[in-house]
Design a binder for this molecule. Structure first.
Ligand code: PXG
Length: 286
């Protein structure tokens, strides 16, 4: 059963509630993390916790729970939920304040950890591949709100998603403010051309996905040529294969972008091989 840890208390999903004066709600002032567990084991919890504490540090928010303890709480949540396969959500907000956004009015951050489940697309979509359109809404400029901070401000990504929904697409490709390819609304992008795998560099201002890092390791293990470099939509249109990675999405092929069929229009051999390796990796709990 889904279960929630809220400021030190274990609650069920319907009784876990926060104040309407919480600045996470009023201003999106906070950070979050999304992890996944397979066969009872949490995949790369340390990497996710590192990113959570880094995101909090970047917005000058001190998480009042020591890192080790938050890891223990996470594991205990898994035990209490009884779930084998789960999606975990950690949220830390600036806390309860008044109606102004001065963060000094918030005495104590709100700390939340949810153990539940997630499914982004039905199984058939994983088989046929995603129909994607480019969103007109770019990701935030890297010197405005760094896309590497996993903050509670997801409006650009949600607006992009709405564009995709309006266009009848499964997902959107987001560009950065200079027009380079950045990421999906909640996934990182990889392309394959003539056996070479490429993905946009993290320093360029995208979220450095934990799944992305794991897939880069699998690419190295498979001995495939790989480069992190800036990409344009042209590189995606003309790729032999393209796929997205994310904790919630896992690894999913792109079938088309803006009406251009990618490669053979079905999951390509390198994507399939990496997907199989990824499934082995998460089940091994590595
Ligand atoms: N880019 C962005 C902007 C993300 O939000 C990823 C990449 C993938 O990162 P990981 O570490 O998960 O490999 C994310 C993760 C959703 C959803 O509903 C997606 C995320 C978070 C919450 C919900 O698709 N994103």
């Amino acid at each position: 059963m889904p279960i929630v840890w809220l400021n030190g208390e274990w609650l069920d999903r319907s009784s876990a509630m926060i104040s309407v004066y919480d600045h996470g709600l009023l201003y999106g002032d906070g950070v979050f993390e999304g992890m996944r567990a397979y066969e009872g084991r949490i995949f790369r919890m340390d990497e996710h916790l590192d990113r959570l504490y880094d995101s909090a540090h970047a917005i000058k928010l001190d998480i009042p729970v020591p890192r080790e303890e938050f890891g223990e709480i996470t594991r205990e949540g898994m035990r209490r939920s009884g779930l084998q396969s789960a999606y975990l959500r950690h949220v830390v907000t600036r806390g309860v304040g008044d109606l102004g956004f001065d963060p000094r009015k918030c005495e104590k951050p709100t700390v939340i950890m949810i153990v539940d489940d997630i499914r982004l697309w039905p199984r058939e979509v994983y088989e046929r591949g995603l129909r994607v359109v480019t969103a007109a809404t770019p990701i935030p400029h890297r010197e405005a709100l760094s896309p590497r901070t996993k903050s509670l401000n997801y409006l650009s990504h949600i607006l992009a998603r709405i564009e995709g929904i309006e266009a009848g697409a499964d997902e959107v490709l987001m560009l950065d403010s200079a027009g380079s390819v950045a990421e999906g609304s909640g996934q990182n992008l990889f392309v394959v051309k003539n056996g070479m795998v490429r993905t946009p560099p993290a320093y360029a201002g995208i979220l450095k996905g934990v799944t992305r890092d794991a897939v880069i390791e699998l690419i190295a293990e498979a001995g495939l040529p790989f480069r992190e470099e800036m990409l344009n939509r042209y590189d995606v249109y003309t790729a032999d294969e393209a796929f997205l990675t994310g904790t919630a999405a896992e690894l999913i092929a792109l079938r088309q972008l803006d009406g251009r069929i990618i490669g053979g229009g079905a999951m390509g051999p390198i994507t399939r091989a990496l997907l199989e390796k990824f499934q082995q990796l998460v089940r091994a709990g590595a």
